[in-house]
Design a protein around this ligand. Structure first.
Ligand code: CDV
Length: 319
């Protein structure tokens, strides 16, 4: 019997540094309405969806960056998203910068049900970039300056969504999608839908050498399609795209099935909704055959995955 959840990726076009949250939230409400009109039951927004991608901007005084963070969720400014969810009877996923009551800072995503309840929170674990101003870079990437490493692991929750009694839903954020370890930790919790928002520059600003432009999108899709296939899950990868503060982010948001196939793909680098009917029963094939983890995994051979961070050199052949 099929278990269909209709999922939308709500790609956002650029948000400029001078634009307020009210502008972003109004655009997001419109995207929710458009997604709902196309039958979506769950709408997925990108990483740091409420503001420009501020880690490209250096603040010598760290506290000045606090203006990019939310200290309440919902807040007056984000309440329209929660109200729209109720009005339209849709769930949503939102990425934002979180400042906790203790003054800690995280790159965070939440999953909200149509009643406006936060069902799941994730804090980004793989933080790319650097902590100090780097004079060699044309554009900074200061995630390591502004955020702590997430402290919630990679959680999955089983909860009602759309017309389904239980959907196993998990999250990762942007750079996490490139790490197979993150996918597998979600896979080991029987995840059926992975939501991942991203802000990815079209150019590799850290590149010391040449990297062909088309590979930026290829590597993003490769990671999401492989992660979905190898863990027998659907995945929604959604961009903030276009030229923000003079810096280009690529779009190409996708919805992927457990075979690793792309079901829907955004074609603009602006606000755009893509929708796919995800039959969660399709997770069963991989899970019970080639990726039946309980039958085939060999964790005793994988100890280096958690015991070390960097790669070591192999022994020299002595022949
Ligand atoms: N926001 C990100 O995590 N962006 C990184 C870029 C810097 C490479 C990404 O992995 O897409």
């Amino acid at each position: 019997m099929s278990r269909i959840l209709t999922v939308a990726a709500a790609q956002l076009g650029p948000i400029q540094k001078a634009e307020g949250r009210d502008v972003a939230v109004a655009r997001m409400v419109r995207l929710m309405e458009r997604a709902h009109a196309r039958g979506a039951e769950l709408v997925v927004f990108p990483e740091l969806a409420l503001t420009t991608f501020f880690p490209r901007h250096f603040n010598a005084d760290r506290a000045e960056a606090d203006r990019w963070f939310e200290s309440a969720m919902p807040s007056n400014e984000t309440a329209p998203l929660f109200a729209a969810a109720k009005r339209l009877n849709v769930g949503f996923h939102l990425g934002y910068a979180e400042r906790t009551p203790e003054g800690r800072h995280f790159n965070t995503a939440i999953l909200v049900n149509p009643a406006g309840q936060i069902m799941l929170k994730y804090r980004k674990i793989h933080l790319p970039g650097h902590a100090e101003f780097d004079p060699r870079r044309a554009v900074q990437h200061l995630e390591k300056r502004y955020f702590e490493v997430g402290d919630l692991g990679f959680p999955v929750i089983r909860a009602p969504m759309g017309g389904l009694d239980g959907v196993n839903m998990g999250m990762m954020i942007c750079n996490d999608r490139r790490w197979p370890e993150a996918w597998r930790v979600l896979g080991l919790q029987s995840v059926e839908l992975v939501m991942v928002g991203y802000n990815t520059p079209s150019l590799n600003q850290a590149a010391a050498g040449f990297e062909a432009h088309h590979l930026r999108v290829f590597h993003s899709h490769l990671s999401v399609q492989a992660g979905a296939y190898q863990n027998a899950t659907f995945a929604v990868a959604v961009a903030k795209a276009g030229t923000e503060d003079g810096n280009e982010l690529f779009g190409h948001s996708i919805i992927v099935n457990p075979q690793g196939e792309i079901l829907a793909q955004a074609t603009s680098w602006d606000d755009e909704v893509i929708v796919a009917d995800c039959d969660l029963e399709a997770c069963r094939l991989g899970r019970t055959t080639i990726f039946a983890f309980d039958k085939h995994r060999r964790p005793e051979a994988y100890t280096s995955i958690t015991a070390q961070t960097g790669a070591v050199e192999p022994p020299e052949w002595q022949g």
